[in-house]
Design a protein around this ligand. Structure first.
Ligand SMILES: Cc1ncc(COP(=O)(O)O)c(C=O)c1O
Ligand SMILES: [Zn+2]
Length: 413
């Protein structure tokens, strides 16, 4: 049974009932966060309550999910389960980070963390009897929404901008949503989808515009806590773009703290590309609000939000956790991709490797210690972004079988 009460505005603090439209605060246009009766829930659940259940992405945490009918989680589900933690001992030791591990969200069904928010958005859409769901995307959110909508029998609309990697476009198109190609970047695409949703009466699935997205994404925190036997790593490194995967885990950890299920929160370190880092810049300046950033050229098309609506909330979450917002260069991210693939066997896309780039940076400048436990979120797989792959290894051939027969095998190595 859910302990969901409704929504609370992160801007003006107004509480809204469950039936409020799943959008921004009707009063101030601020971000709505789902609210739960945690003091009642505290007396009814224990660690064992959750441990006994199957590790399903949303259903395991039903009390902390915003659905009146728990059946909608199953209707939206692609059988996602908790993602595993991979301890990367050899890579960690070579980086003087012996307690380095990765949370493997690239194993989710559409190959990125976006299955978390979008499964919850689709479950919410089913409950609200919505027929059309739409999202602006750099590729992964669009694929995740389209996949879950296909499963649930909803119509999906995906907005992407020119330059989205071919593999992401192919992934989206396989699920056959209606595609809106937008001239401009990520921020323009968001505006475009907001506009067609307003006029078409469709449900916008954009993180923060749609409060269900956060509720799906906060499971990152729950899974980390349960996998650490209700402790947490010292530092959790996360990709930072629109800040969904920083604010949502923060909310999840806060809820577990209030429920008395964990005793501390990890330091949340959000990592942006230096080419587009409004949140890291505001953090560096000690400000509470971001200033729009003019995006510079980068090999990444993901995490390129010049003016994310979540900026102030992201800064609040990061500071509350005693964490940081930092930036990594394209070269630092390429190096992280190479190390992950070649020394830990993890093939990540750039946004999936940026967390490690941040961890390497803070270890080198001494902001994190060698004995600290460090967990990096691998938010997307390398097949999403083939032209960004950091390849390696000697290539021999093409040769005929006869030519290979005459070859000293040692020369292949
Ligand atoms: C692989 C990957 N990681 C991280 C993110 C960041 O998600 P958010 O902007 O919601 O924090 C995205 C967003 O598209 C993504 O595709
Ligand atoms: Zn408000």
């Amino acid at each position: 049974m859910t302990y969901w009460l409704g929504f609370r505005c992160a801007g003006c603090g107004t509480e809204h009932p469950r039936e409020t439209p799943a959008g921004l605060c009707p009063r101030c246009n601020g971000i709505l966060l789902a609210a739960y009766d945690l003091s009642a829930l505290r007396t009814r659940v224990s660690r064992e309550t959750f441990e006994r259940r199957a590790p399903r992405l949303l259903a395991r945490w039903a009390e902390l999910m915003p659905f009146t009918d728990p059946g909608v989680m199953e209707q939206a589900s692609l059988c996602e389960t908790e993602t595993p933690l991979l301890r990367a001992q050899a890579l960690g030791e070579s980086l003087d980070l012996p307690k380095l591990a990765f949370k493997m969200d690239l194993y989710l069904p559409s190959a990125s963390l976006k299955d978390r928010p979008q499964s919850a958005v689709v479950a919410g859409a089913i409950e609200r009897k919505v027929e059309v769901v739409a999202v602006s995307s750099s590729g992964n959110a669009g694929a995740a929404l389209a996949a879950h909508a296909a499963k649930a029998g909803l119509k999906a609309v995906v907005g992407v901008f020119a330059g989205v990697p071919e593999a992401k476009l192919a992934k989206i198109r396989a699920y056959a949503p209606s595609l809106l190609l937008v001239k401009g970047g990520m921020d323009t695409t968001e505006q475009a989808i907001r506009s067609v949703c307003d006029r078409g009466g469709w449900l916008n699935a954009e993180s923060f515009v749609n409060p269900y997205a956060n509720e799906g994404e906060k499971t990152i925190a729950y899974e980390i806590a349960i996998a650490h036997d209700w402790d947490v790593p010292d530092h959790l490194f996360l990709p930072l773009g629109n800040a969904g995967c920083v604010v949502a885990p923060w909310k999840g950890f806060r809820e577990l703290l209030e429920l008395g299920l964990i005793a501390r929160m990890p330091k949340l370190i959000g990592v942006q590309f230096s080419a587009c880092c409004p949140i890291a810049e505001a953090f560096r300046r000690g400000e509470n609000d971001i200033r729009p950033f003019h995006r510079q050229p980068s090999f990444s098309t993901t995490l390129m939000h010049e003016n994310p609506i979540s900026g102030s909330l992201a800064l609040r979450a990061i500071r509350d956790s005693s964490g940081a917002a930092i930036a990594a260069s394209d070269d630092e991210v390429r190096e992280a991709m190479r190390l992950m693939a070649q020394q830990a066997g993890i093939f990540a896309e750039p946004a999936g490797a940026i967390a490690l780039a941040g961890a390497i940076k803070l270890r080198r400048n001494g902001q994190i210690g060698a004995n600290d436990s460090v967990l990096c979120l691998v938010s997307g797989g390398g097949l999403n972004y083939l032209n960004a792959t950091a390849t390696g290894g000697r290539v021999t051939g093409p040769l005929t079988l006869d030519e290979i027969g005459a070859l000293d095998p040692a020369t292949i190595l």
